[in-house]
Design a binder for this molecule. Structure first.
Ligand SMILES: [Zn+2]
Length: 213
């Protein structure tokens, strides 16, 4: 089972990818984890990627795809994998497809986690973070005992600029611009499955499995 999980910032893509991976008994592969592992191990590909990152540049798609295939060639991926955070662009999707064709395999499903932008802005603008110890809170789902005061260290609990509505809106716009061609691409391949992501986390997996049936 080879599945790609797509979803905007705050849509719960990573959580869903790990639930699906656990359900099918295959690894959950995120490009962030691959970069970290290769940098830590000092591999050839990792060192190459590091040059771009240190120069403040994006790692080229070709190199990202090489890193990805180096990972999925490992034994634990023989039965499939769940890709989280890849592909991000149409170019990456095309590179991925041509590599998979060479291997004689394909992506079974592309799960597109859909949450209305307004809901994402509501959820993210409720996030608060302790300015001293960094513990995350949420005014609705995980509030502090005393308003604005960290339960653990007594530090001041604030909204990070990343979670401010205008920042979140900007990130959503970038996401939609980047992803809409990707969604059309997988729709044309017949593998796209839209899943309602505006549900309680306990129900997330059953919503996905229903769509995959
Ligand atoms: Zn604290």
């Amino acid at each position: 089972m080879r599945i790609i999980v797509l979803g905007g910032p705050g849509a719960g893509k990573g959580t869903r990818a790990s639930l699906v991976a656990e359900h099918f008994g295959v690894p959950h592969i995120s490009t962030g984890d691959i970069f970290r592992a290769n940098l830590k191990a000092g591999t050839q590909l990792g060192l190459e990627a590091k040059k771009y990152m240190e120069a403040g540049q994006l790692v080229p798609d070709e190199l990202t795809v090489k890193l990805l295939f180096d990972r999925v060639a490992q034994d634990d991926c023989q039965g499939g994998y769940i890709l989280d955070g890849f592909p991000r662009t149409i170019n990456q999707a095309q590179l991925l497809e041509s590599e998979l064709v060479k291997m004689g395999v394909n992506i079974d499903y592309v799960i597109n986690v859909e949450v209305p932008d307004q809901r994402i802005i509501e959820r993210m603008s409720g996030r608060r973070t302790c300015s001293d110890c960094g513990i995350p809170y949420h005014i609705e789902y995980a509030p502090t005992a005393a308003e604005g005061v960290c339960d653990k260290c007594g530090g001041e609990v604030v909204m990070r600029s990343d979670d401010a509505p205008e920042t979140v809106m900007g990130r959503l716009t970038v996401y939609h611009n980047e992803t809409s061609p990707l969604i059309e691409f997988y729709e044309s391949r017949g593998s796209l499955k839209n899943v309602n992501g505006d549900v309680e986390i306990e129900d997330a997996l059953s919503y996905i499995l229903k769509v995959l049936e």
